[in-house]
Design a protein around this ligand. Structure first.
Ligand code: PLP
Length: 422
């Protein structure tokens, strides 16, 4: 039985070792982060708030959580931070718990326009019993239409209590300042979900939602931010108590202290290396998009230089659709996902017209613009059947063999080995 478990795990590590990982919501952590993940913190409970726990033995967990809050404030310049949510959806649910009552209305980006499921009624917003309206969307610019939103909000009998910003298909900064004005005029709060772009915000390569006036920022810590899988909520001081109670006892009891220690380590890495890392991510995304465009692909938003984030979106309906393309690329060793685009019906989620590409993980492995152009050519080779799949797979394996180390950390380390602890 042990052999089976070892085999499954080793096979998984090899799959990623020999592939080009382009899922926009994933990353690899450094050994520095992973070491804390293995600490005794992972065996303990720290129920409650810093300095006010329900069990004994929490002295150092209190110190750890306070330190993680301090690092978060330093990195993002927020007034208050709660570092307890165990995932992005949990953070959003906690924020909805704090900012709304069941039956209230919120407004968010729809899923085909790039919004996350947790902003909608069939997920976290629905769990809180919220009604959900969607922003009018400017498809050409892949962004929220501010003027049409103003008109929509004016006409609404029941004004939204929360304006949710941020998305999962997130190419360009959202109009935070403009919508903060609209929201505050109707007594609503602005909640910016920075799950995808937290690492870019930390590296000062994307908009700064806090400076732009968002009341609450929620975010996963494992997408562009290279930490363990969990989340943070940042907010204005006046909302601190509500948010803290929304998280505990709202949606967590224990909150996985080992990954909190890993998160603190990732903050330290980002304070040191975040600027270089984030800058290279955006450069890489643009280079990949441009090369795909030059190869004839329908990359979204050429008039806006394709992207200002880690993501690139491509309409591949001429190549069999997102589902076919994602599976074909997987067979060649390129891992990415199909994605709804604004012109897709949400009921067509099984075969939408798009794919979404994220370059944060390959950037962390040290790839630069030249490698992005090479990846575009691999994608092209696969989709235009220029070579047998087996040959493409071998070429990708060879290409990847030079990029198996995690950079932007204090001591570079293997990315895809299954480390032996004892
Ligand atoms: C990924 C994502 C989430 C969910 O995060 P988890 O950590 O997977 O729960 C929430 N919001 C947005 C915008 C996301 O992209």
């Amino acid at each position: 039985m042990l052999e089976k478990l070892m085999e499954i795990t080793k096979n998984h590590h090899e799959l990623f070792k020999y592939s080009i990982p382009l899922i926009a919501s994933e990353n690899v952590t450094s050994y520095a982060v992973r070491r804390f993940y293995l600490s005794d913190f992972g065996h303990r409970y720290a129920e409650g708030w810093i300095g006010k726990r329900f069990y004994q033995g929490c002295k150092y967990m209190d110190e750890l959580e306070a330190f993680a809050v301090e690092l978060t404030k330093k990195l993002f310049g927020c007034e208050h931070a709660n570092v307890q949510p165990i995932s992005g959806v949990t953070a959003n649910l906690a924020a909805f718990f704090a900012l709304t009552n069941p039956g209230d209305t919120i407004i968010s980006v729809s899923v085909p326009d790039g919004g996350h499921i947790s902003h909608d009624r069939f997920s976290a917003a629905g769990v809180r019993g919220l009604k959900v309206e969607h922003y009018p969307f400017d498809v050409d610019n892949m962004n929220i239409d501010v003027d049409a939103t103003k008109r929509k909000v004016e006409k609404m009998d029941e004004k939204p209590k929360v304006f949710v910003l941020g998305a999962s298909l997130f190419l360009f900064p959202h109009p935070v300042k403009e919508l903060v004005e609209v929201a505050h005029e109707v007594g609503a709060r602005v909640m910016y979900d920075g799950s995808h772009v937290l690492g870019l915000i930390a590296g000062k390569e994307f908009q700064d939602p806090i400076k732009e006036g968002a009341d609450v920022v929620t975010a996963s810590t494992h997408k562009t931010f290279p930490g363990p899988q969990r989340a943070v909520i940042m907010c204005k001081k006046e909302l601190a108590k509500k948010i803290d109670h929304g998280v505990f006892p709202g949606v967590v009891s224990n909150h996985h202290i080992h990954s909190l220690a890993g998160y603190a380590m990732a903050c330290i890495e980002m304070l040191e290396f975040g600027r270089d890392y984030a800058r290279q991510i955006v450069r890489n995304a643009k280079a990949l998009a441009e090369e795909l465009y030059n190869l004839g692909y329908n990359v979204l938003c050429p008039h806006l230089e394709f992207t200002k984030s880690h993501q690139v979106a491509v309409d591949v309906s001429d190549f069999g659709g997102g589902d076919y393309v994602a599976k074909k690329l997987e067979s060649c060793g390129i891992i990415l996902n199909k994605n709804l685009l604004p012109w897709d019906d949400v009921k067509n989620a099984d075969n939408p017209s798009g794919i979404r590409i994220g370059v944060q993980e390959v950037t962390r492995l040290g790839m630069k613009e030249d490698e992005m152009r090479e990846i575009a050519r691999f994608i092209d080779m696969a989709l235009k059947d220029k070579k047998p799949i087996k040959d493409i797979k071998n070429e990708i394996k060879e290409f990847k063999s030079n990029f198996l180390t995690v950079k932007y950390t204090f001591e570079e380390c293997p990315a895809y080995e299954f480390p032996k602890v004892v």
